[in-house]
Design a protein around this ligand. Sequence first.
Ligand SMILES: Cc1ncc(COP(=O)(O)O)c(C=O)c1O
Length: 432
Amino acid sequence: MQTSECFFPISTSRNQIGHIQVAGHDLCTLAEQWGTPLYIYDAQTIRTRTQEAIDMVSSAYAGESAVSYAAKAYFSLGLARKLSQLHLKLDAVSLGEMLIAQKGGFDAQNVHLHGNNKSKEELHFALHWGIENIVVDSLEELSLLETVAQEMGRKARIWLRITPGVDVDTHPYVQTAHVASKFGIPMEEGQALHAIQQCKSSRWLNLVGLHTHIGSQVFDLDPYVRAIRMLIWLAEEAEYIPQEISPGGGWGVPYREDDDRFDPREMLQAISAAIQDECRRLNWPLPKLVVEPGRWIIARAGVAIYSVGSTKFSGNGLYIVALDGGMADNPRPALYQSRYSACLLGRPDAIPQHRAALVGRFCESGDQLISEIMLPEVRRGDYIAIPMAGAYQLSMSSNYNLVPRPAVLWLEDGKTEILQKRESIADIDWWN
Ligand SMILES: Cc1ncc(COP(=O)(O)O)c(C=O)c1O
């Protein structure tokens, strides 16, 4: 079948009977024990990726640096408890993510609040908890925050999210720094300059840094370098010396053999050189560099395991294999036409012979996890694993068709822990 084990978590191996195992756990056995759809996260992959990110940025950059995990990629209380032990900061975008971070053991001083439309309640909570930075997304929000900070008598430590008008070659739905973006404060018509001036003259706003996030699944270095230089040129024009600077996240990861590859080390070296160059020219101290990968840390750690249900041949001969999950636990193919590989579990020698589609169980024609793949003959009850399932799947999941969400496990050598228990109809208050 069309998958390569390099897309499975780092701790993946085959056992004596040829079954795929992660952290020593046979995925077929887990599916039998816990039911499907089942998501697993590999501890070793998350810890290794986190440490690699911290090491890469600190060795590329001569100044102080930090890595902030973008919770939107996937977050739960169980995961928060693990991540809060790993020297990570956290990029949260809602009251819910902040509450989970707080309960999961994150220090307020490691949390940043992002988002393009924060509520007054969220700003209030962020100031009250004393998080490190609020990342302001618009001039309107800047004024709102100034009012909330004044009412609370607490000075807000902030970054401004700037939209430098940089185009990135990625799906339009995950571009975020082009001129028409809904995110950030545009450079056009002096809006970004005005925001900096407003901070300088405010008693309640402490502007410590500038931020941009150019998009997700980015495979190109140049837009990162252009965006970071534009932040510094903006600061120069505003006669403002940032203490912190952030190029966001967006580091591309391959989901299939034929996908592009991206080396974050090269990108980090390129942006570090750009910041160091500019600061030398301006005779500024180096700002602290904060990077915000989400997908790069968590995507490969996750595997989704489904059971095969109904199978049929369509009128044009396509072998249609329906799984017990789909767009409600993984909306990415329907949203962005994302492509995946898959693997039949438990029958390692089965020969792919049919041109097939792996479709979901939800009532939408767009509910196709993989629209074309070669599959062996499969039967009801067979298990199919989709690797690279850790990012932007469960975090964007829904109860479409009123189907409960899957169980999620954390796997370590010889240990399983529940990150999210399988939802049941009885768990969901508004159904009852
Ligand atoms: C501000 C910000 N930082 C970081 C990220 C993480 O992006 P990725 O998961 O592609 O690394 C996002 C994602 O949308 C974001 O909006």
